[in-house]
Ligand binder design. Structure first.
Ligand code: C5P
Length: 296
């Protein structure tokens, strides 16, 4: 495609490339109660992609700019997409010069890794568009500098994540595993640092099931539920409500919240739960009905 630059009348080739960035849920999240010297906590996470996506469109440009369709999402250097560009440029030694259009499908502050997914896709896209061919290990190192769960999104397949989350080991035995999913998110967001900071000082709420749930040989548990539920009891109530629904086989908070999700046997059951959630819980809930680990 050719384009005429409005300002100087310069003609240049415009190439556009579109990438999708899928969200994740944590099937299991265990945290060491001891804080590391760098301020992080060691974790043992089982992470899976879901069929909820952001889309990023890259176009060659004279400078790097970011636009986003979702009001309230910062489009300046504080956005993880911009940080990913800068991280990439440190290694590249030159400017990436991309106009980036971000279309958000993944809600923010939801424990679904939206910002991290966008950052990982930005690294992968720049590597392809600029023809740098950096090896997966080099991209992993850049990703880990951007956030603990960014490396997972370079290759979003069911994986165990250890260390502070940045050591990613795919689980090939779960590659073909999939389940219908219903996901609920209230309007408010939860801060990840808050969840980790209050790990040891928070109490369990009475009558809430924090225990390990078993399904398909997977153990479902999230140890961040305790600190997050004690500040936001409505999330505990939503998890309990999900567990009571016909067809819900497991229910859990994802990451540090504020999403909670249930897995079912059939898509119809997931759809029925989504419908009831809007009617019985809160019509303003963000509701997604789809699939965990969708198969190609
Ligand atoms: O790595 P990321 O930027 O996503 O982490 C956000 C914050 O969450 C960290 O600054 C830290 O407070 C907390 N965190 C943690 N242990 C982890 C991951 C995150 O304490 N494994």
């Amino acid at each position: 495609m050719r384009n005429i630059d409005g300002a100087g009348g310069i003609v240049y080739n415009v190439r556009m490339a579109t990438y999708t960035a899928p969200a994740k849920v944590n099937l299991s999240l265990r945290v060491s109660s001891k804080q590391r010297e760098d301020g992080y906590h060691n974790v043992d996470i089982l992470m899976a992609p879901i069929d909820l996506c952001d889309t990023l469109e890259f176009t060659n440009s004279r400078t790097t700019t970011l636009a986003c369709d979702m009001p309230g999402v910062p489009t300046d250097e504080s956005n993880l997409v911009f940080k990913a560009v800068r991280e990439f440029e440190k290694v590249y030694g030159r400017k990436a010069k991309q106009r980036i259009a971000l279309t958000k499908g993944i809600p923010h502050g939801a424990g679904l890794g939206g910002g991290s997914a966008d950052a990982a896709v930005t690294l992968k896209a720049l590597n392809e568009i600029l023809g740098t061919n950096y090896a997966p290990e080099e991209l992993q190192a850049m990703a880990a500098n951007l956030g603990s769960d960014v490396p997972f999104f370079l290759n979003p397949v069911v994986s165990r994540c250890t260390g502070r989350g940045e050591i990613v080991t795919p689980k090939p035995e779960l590659a073909g595993w999939s389940r219908p999913l219903v996901l609920l998110k209230p309007q408010f967001a939860v801060s990840t640092p808050y969840a980790y900071k209050n790990l040891t000082c928070s109490r369990r709420l009475k009558g809430i099931n924090y225990g390990t749930q078993q399904l398909d040989d997977i153990q479902f548990v999230n140890e961040l539920e305790r600190p997050v539920f004690s500040k936001f009891p409505v999330l505990a109530a939503m998890k309990t409500w999900l567990l009571e629904q016909e067809g819900a086989r497991v229910a859990l908070m994802s990451g540090s919240g504020s999403s909670v999700f249930a897995l079912t046997d059939t898509p119809e059951q997931a759809r029925a739960i989504a419908e009831r959630a809007r009617q019985e819980l809160d019509p303003t809930l963000f509701v997604h009905c789809g699939t965990v680990n969708p198969q190609p």
